[in-house]
Design a protein around this ligand. Structure first.
Ligand code: TYD
Ligand code: MG
Length: 453
């Protein structure tokens, strides 16, 4: 009798081990190993359409296809996709539970009136999906077919019969292939199911959207094993207490990866936010210390947001450092620079930094804004409210040049700001703009002098 070899698979990164281990040697996560039977070499079911074309094709005979995209009409969504849905592509949409993934895909389906959409749900009943569509006030949903099923082999059969243009699989963790012994949601199931859907997309030309859950650490569960397989990885994110939602492309074989789409969740679904700067600045408080407006590039778009800092004496023990919307390590670095280069004594103060509106910004160009906000809160002197601060801070306290300076300045001018503080090194390349005064600074200390009156 053949020996059955089981193996243990890390549910976070897909690492294999012959025995159970507590900590994954690959991704260092704890308690992620689950026993899984090995994937059979041949899964019982014949992969969809595998028998068709196997001959190599001369590359010059292939048609140039990159113009073909289906626009959803949701501008923010199309932009993140790189200009629309590419037929034959597989898109993974990740995000926290309840963030609005199903809502976004349902809205997309409603917008794609001329295409046949198959919505496969493994989480909700068909009735629940219908109720959501009603809530979204869809006028016509004739083009949307619902299927509440989790057996992927059955689903593929159904798809092969009708061949929809777009297939939505909500979610990949609920799907399973009967030929595999492991449970739905395990790495092998997720990987095999994705591989099957990928083949289907490539061979049949349907666009497939797959919903994936995010674990509490912020990674799509089992996703590292499928991220490399799919064409696009989109992440839908937002802070629990805000209605803003941001759609980000983490990977895109058909477009830029740094585009974002901004939405707001309403009673009747997601609404696009075409003018994010205005929205994010709308609740600004004038005259309070610790608030600076920064201009961050999100993809090709500049967005103005308010960076707030609160610096208060530590009442006991170790001083706290806390961030929302910016990287914690970046804050530690900036605090070290302020201490060392500006002589600010922050060791006995708690420091909280927050990006207003619940957005997350990873761009170093907001360093200067963070530093100015901290200095402003420490001294309790408000920052000039008609100015925007842009610049990356180096370890020596110098302000380093940044990209897309003109676009950022234009956005600031458009929103009525009168002054913009930019890195000295950027000044040369800037064309004069009558609406706004541009001031170049080379050190953090200079920027703080300019902005704190
Ligand atoms: P949902 O799309 O089900 O999230 P996910 O698929 O990511 O788990 O959205 C869930 C939340 O959105 C839920 O808390 C209700 C809210 N919501 C609205 O506020 N307005 C709406 O029109 C809809 C459909 C949902
Ligand atoms: Mg859902």
């Amino acid at each position: 009798m053949a020996k059955v070899i089981t193996k243990y698979v890390c549910q976070s990164c897909g690492y294999h081990s012959p025995r159970w281990v507590g900590k994954c040697p690959n991704c260092n996560e704890w308690n992620t190993f689950v026993e899984e039977a090995p994937s059979p070499l041949k899964v019982s079911k014949k992969p969809a359409g595998a028998a068709s074309r196997v001959d190599p094709v001369p590359i010059e005979e292939l048609e140039h296809e990159d113009v073909l995209r289906w626009q959803t009409g949701i501008v923010e969504f199309d932009r993140v996709l790189g200009g629309g849905i590419v037929p034959g592509s597989l898109v993974l949409l990740g995000g926290d539970p309840g963030i609005g993934k199903s809502t976004l895909l349902m809205q997309m389906a409603i917008h794609l009136k001329d295409s046949v959409i198959l919505y496969v749900t493994g989480e909700e009943s068909a009735r629940q999906i219908k109720l959501r569509a009603d809530r979204l006030q869809a006028t016509s949903v004739k083009n949307i077919l619902l299927l509440a099923e989790t057996n992927l082999d059955l689903i593929i059969d159904i798809i092969e019969r009708g061949l929809p243009d777009v297939i939505i699989v909500d979610s990949i963790q609920t799907m399973y292939r009967p030929g595999l012994e492991s449970a739905p949601g395990s790495v092998s199931q997720v990987r095999e199911s994705t591989a099957l859907l990928l083949r289907l997309a490539k061979i049949r030309g349907s666009a497939v959207f797959v919903v994936g859950h995010v674990t509490k650490e912020g990674v799509i569960a089992g996703p590292r094993v499928i991220e490399h397989m799919v064409d696009c990885v989109l992440q839908f994110e937002g802070e629990a207490h805000y209605s803003y939602r941001i759609l980000r492309a983490l990977k895109n074989r058909y477009g830029s990866t740094n585009e974002i789409g901004i939405f707001e969740m309403h009673e009747t679904g997601l609404r696009e936010v075409p003018n994010p700067s205005e929205v994010f600045l709308s609740e600004r408080h004038y005259g309070t210390s610790g608030s600076t407006v920064v201009a961050s590039m999100e993809g090709t778009r500049p967005i103005l947001v308010e960076v707030q800092a609160l610096v208060t004496p530590t009442s006991y023990g170790v001083p706290q450092r806390n961030t929302t919307g910016v990287d914690y390590r970046r804050l530690s670095l900036l605090l070290a620079v302020l201490e060392k280069r500006m002589g600010m004594r922050l060791g006995s103060f708690d420091v909280f930094v927050n990006v207003a509106g619940g957005v997350r910004i990873d761009e170093p160009a907001i360093d200067l804004g963070i530093a100015v906000s901290i200095a402003s809160s420490l001294r309790d002197v408000p920052v000039d409210s008609s100015s925007v601060a842009i610049g990356e801070i180096g370890l020596g306290g110098e302000i380093r040049t940044i990209g897309h300076i003109e676009k950022r300045i234009q956005e600031a001018a458009k929103l009525g700001f009168r002054r913009v503080i930019v890195p000295e090194g950027n000044i040369k390349g800037i064309k004069p703009n009558g609406d706004i005064e541009v001031i170049g600074v080379d050190r953090v200390s200079r920027a703080i002098e300019e902005l704190l009156q």
